[in-house]
Design a binder for this molecule. Sequence first.
Ligand code: PBG
Length: 329
Amino acid sequence: MPDTQYDLPFRPRRNRRSAALRGLMRETELSPAHLILPLFVTEGEDTRIPIGAMPGCYRLSLGNTLALAREAHSLGIPAVALFPALAEGSKDKRATESTNPDGLLQRTVRSLKDALPGLAVITDVAMDPYSSDGHDGYVENGEILNDITLEILAGMAVSQAEAGADLVAPSDMMDGRVGVIREALDDAGLTNTGILAYSAKYASSFYGPFREALDSAPRSGDKKTYQMDPANRREAMREVMLDVMEGADIVMVKPALAYLDVIADVASSVDVPVAAYQVSGEYAMIKAAAANGWLDEERAVAETLTAIRRAGADMILTYFAIDYARRMQ
Ligand code: PBG
């Protein structure tokens, strides 16, 4: 039946008439090559501890970590980001365990690079998994001290780089850490190790499930004196610009979905690649709604990841990386 009552000069629907045409018009690509898989690692033999608020995610011991990393690699995912879950007994005020050359994280990095040299390994630089205070910085009388923390972070970054990390990723939000870490790496002859800086990292409710995964919630207070106020947009540019000047190879915005405006600002004003982190709470929201039959998980994952790419992220850390890559097969 002809649908021609009106003499419309513009009919944008013409470009959406078929899957073939929609494909030609598509502005944003999303493939496994854009994704980074975060992994929670733990001690043990064949250990696989489910994380309550992150169904489908586990704390894995070495063999299981290698198996999942191998699958990620074979699906075309270029990188994994490692987060160690430590026993309470190995935590202290100065995060001493973070520089142990035979620590859990360092052993895991070495094994991964041995087994899968083509897979990039990213390590998190922050005190929280190692700190008895559960903060990203050194705590004294309830205050997070910046410059003492920098020393600790620099040692941690060098130790991770020596173990073979391709990129170290400071997620602590202390002032000046990118520059101090760059200098420490260079002084140790580790000029090839890159820095992926968590530049605009907000004090977000969406990290809740992650802190359960690592048992890393702050023992007192919150992270608002170092992580950014969710109300601020201009301040993100300041943080990003400082990190670029200090030597960041990649800058990151975190969380992702609630901060697409920030991702877009950053992507349009820096000349380094931009990463975004679809964090644990973003994962949990989709999983919970899908488990209730309230939304279609597969479509919600593709849509949110595409939106993050559309906003300007070159790469996305996401707990959905393997799921998405499997579906693309
Ligand atoms: C810790 C760190 C956090 C995340 C990554 N690194 C938590 C925090 O800052 O409290 C969150 C990741 C997620 O929620 O998926 N420095």
